[in-house]
Design a protein around this ligand. Structure first.
Ligand code: FES
Length: 239
């Protein structure tokens, strides 16, 4: 059956994409860059961070382009002053609760949060919270989690659940207390983590880091009491 195509304009550029495509994907297909943070194609499409907001003509408010489907005749604007201001403010609020030791962070130079701050022109944190301290969980042989650098994008939990079908991490608590961890806040070495490391790949910040403890990782991978990992872990696409 022939695929229904939808015609729209993004930044005044005519674009034609299959029905059901999101504005974010339509823009990227047309070579128009919209920044994103929580979005991982086919894995984490939850519209959580609001970094990808755009203006849609006729819409009452900005929309999250990663979860907003295109429609016939739609007019989208990805780089207006309103859009830029919203993205900057959102990022500033995310940074307000992010412990920044960028100079010594293992992710420095390949951190999506750092890249976003640079791209959005944020060079100071106006709303920095006091007393942010490391929240280290290093019970597993292959990784270290530091929730003081977590942005709650949920990419790690999605890849653990959907790609690896393991699902040992999720979000605990609510509101300001929300944090990623294992159920009942057990340590990672107490649950059926398979040490695949996909959560580290999915993490956009320094919240998850590899631990160089190869012998223990190998032992964990071959532990018959854990879930079995067969063959190489599926790769994920970071877009
Ligand atoms: Fe769209 Fe996070 S990337 S809401």
């Amino acid at each position: 059956m022939e695929q229904k195509m939808v015609n729209l304009k993004i930044d005044n550029i005519p674009v034609s994409v299959p029905a059901g495509t999101t504005v974010l994907e339509a823009a990227r297909n047309a070579g128009i860059k919209i920044p994103s943070l929580c979005f991982l194609k086919d894995i984490n499409e939850i519209g959580a961070c609001r970094i990808c907001v755009v203006e849609v003509k006729g819409a009452k408010s900005l929309v999250a382009s990663c979860v907003y489907p295109v429609s016939e005749g739609m007019e989208v604007f990805t780089n207006t002053e309103k859009v830029r201001h919203s993205r900057q403010l959102t990022l500033e609020l995310i940074l307000s609760n992010h412990r920044m030791d960028c100079l010594t962070c293992a992710r420095s130079g390949r951190c999506e949060l750092q890249d976003l701050a640079r791209d959005l022109g944020i060079d100071a944190v106006r709303y920095a919270a006091d007393g942010l301290v490391p929240q280290i969980e290093d019970s597993a042989p292959h990784l270290i989690r530091d929730n003081s650098k977590c942005v709650l994008c949920r990419r790690c939990t999605a890849v653990c659940r959907k790609t690896q079908e393991v699902g040992v991490i999720g979000c605990n608590d609510r509101g300001f207390a929300t944090h990623v961890g294992c159920a009942f806040d057990r340590d990672l070495n107490e649950v059926d983590c398979v040490s695949c490391g996909q959560c580290i790949v999915a993490c956009p910040t320094g919240a998850l880091q590899e631990k160089d403890d190869t012998a223990k990782v190998w032992a964990a991978l071959n532990d018959p009491t854990k879930h079995v990992v067969v063959g190489p872990a599926p790769s994920i696409r970071v877009t």
